[in-house]
Every structure is written in structure tokens, then in C-alpha cells.
Design a protein around this ligand. Sequence first.
Ligand code: DGY
Length: 311
Amino acid sequence: MSADTQRPRVMADEELPNVLRERLSADVELVPWNPHPGAAERDVSGIFTFGHPIVDDTMLAGLPALKVVSNHGVGVDHIDVEAAERRGILVGNTPGVLDGAVADLAFALLLAAARRLPESAAVARNPATVAFDQMQLHGQEVHGSTLGIVGLGRIGAGIARRARGFDMQVLYHNRRPQADVASAIGAEYVSLEALLRSADFVILCVPLSESTRRLIGAKQLGWMKPSAVLINVARGPVVDTDALVTALNAGQLWAAALDVTDPEPLPRNHPLLSMPNVLVTSHIGSASLQTRQRMADMAVENLLRGLELRK
Ligand code: DGY
């Protein structure tokens, strides 16, 4: 606590928007982000992460009064959760409230890539377009196709439920089969290789960890059908970016739709950004007005509860 305010001191990263700064300031004193904390941060008892800043063990070690890290988002791959647990620091995130929005976006990417919406939108706007052309932009059919979901958590299950409305056969792969969830939504467990070999659409929704980093590399891309579409709504490093560029250039898969990339954002001259069969969005999986509001509510509550619990 600082002597003047008696409010808990909380470090927040620079990305934190004003609306959340103002909201948090009602209960805590916000202090500027410092990845190498020193004397000025010795009494900081909370961290609020918004723009995925790295919170590693060294940073935690420099914050002896730290009680809670609250992350605005579900993915906590930028936080060393194990180190925090070892130090008795609570880590909060926002699971559940964003599942529907991310599942919606995954399906939007699937449909857009399959039916070549960005290319068609460009044709529609092009001043040179003067006639309807039946031979243009033939895409891949979605209804009745096979969807492979890598990571059948809450988001994956939401995607599977949406797929049923498109009469898709749903395969999934997970570290462990999710028999109950899968049978309720009609998804069949297969190995990663079988999934990649038979799916028309592959959606990645695993959390990023050491076991999922570069899960999809040259070998796995080589298993995909030349007509298949890869969709990533997980984290960029789940896919080996260079291997993806090579596979797309070689026609090993038909298209890719990526809401997340490695690095993120991609360098402005990156080959993926100029491939007509690659749709890249700017990490907007959970970016609906309603979901962002729920995430903010949950992240603020996690912070305040954590501070209260460890008082
Ligand atoms: C998440 O929830 O992890 C999104 O990437 C936004 O942070």
C-alpha cells in the first residue's frame, strides 16, 4: 500500500485502455509497467495484464509483495504460471466468457477462406469489374464436409456444435479423448495424423504450451489434403510459420485463415500477407463488444478478489 492512498498498488501494461484505467483507479493505484521492478515497485501487490506483456519468474522475483496477476484474456502463455504458483501468487484469467465469440470467429474464418470472401470482395470493388463471371473464384464446399478440431475444450466444442448446422462430420484430436463432451456433440476422436489426413477443414484451438508449440510443422502440413483449409484461432506459435509458407507455395494445402500468427503482427512484407489464399485477421477472436465487456468485468473482479483473498 502507498502511504498516501492506502489503496493496493497494481502494475498494468501500457496497452490498458483508458476506460479500464479509470475503472480500476476507483479501487487501486495504478503504477507504470516495469519488467525489471526495483525499489519503486516493492509494495506492488497486483499485476493487471492486457496486451500480453511477458510476466516471467525474474519479474515476479522483483515484486515481493505481489499477491495476484489478473489477465484480461483466457490465454496465459505470456505468464509464467508455474513460477507464480510456486511463489503463492494467484493467477486469474477469463475462461468461459469468450468461448462463443471465438467459436463464431473460427467459423467466420472457415467460411471466408472456403468461399474466398476477401478475394470476392476485392473483385466486387474493383473498378475494372463490369460483368458477372460464373467462372470466377470457385471455392470449397463447406456443408457436408469433414471438420477436424485440434483441441476440444470449450471453444472447440462450440465450433463442433456450429459445424452440426452445416451437416459436417466432426473429428477431433486432444491430448486425452473427451468422451462425454464428444458424444454429446457427435465428434469422433482420432489421432492427429488421421485428422490431418482426412479433414477438409482443420481448426486449431489448443492453448500454447511446450507440447503444442509448432504442433503443426512441415511433417503435419504434409499430411493435409491439397484441398484442405487450415484455420488458427489458438496462438501463432502452434504453427511453424516458415513451414506453412513452404506448404502453401507447394500446394500441399488449399488455403489458410489465421487470426493469430508467429510473429504477431507479421512483418509488413511477410509472404503470408500477399498470398491470395491466405486470410490473416488481427487477433480478433474474442473482440465482440459484448464479450470484451464480460472479459473486462471478470478480469477486474479477479484482481479485486485476489487482492481481498490475500489481504
Ligand atoms: C485471449 O483471451 O487469450 C485472447 O487472446 C485475448 O487476450
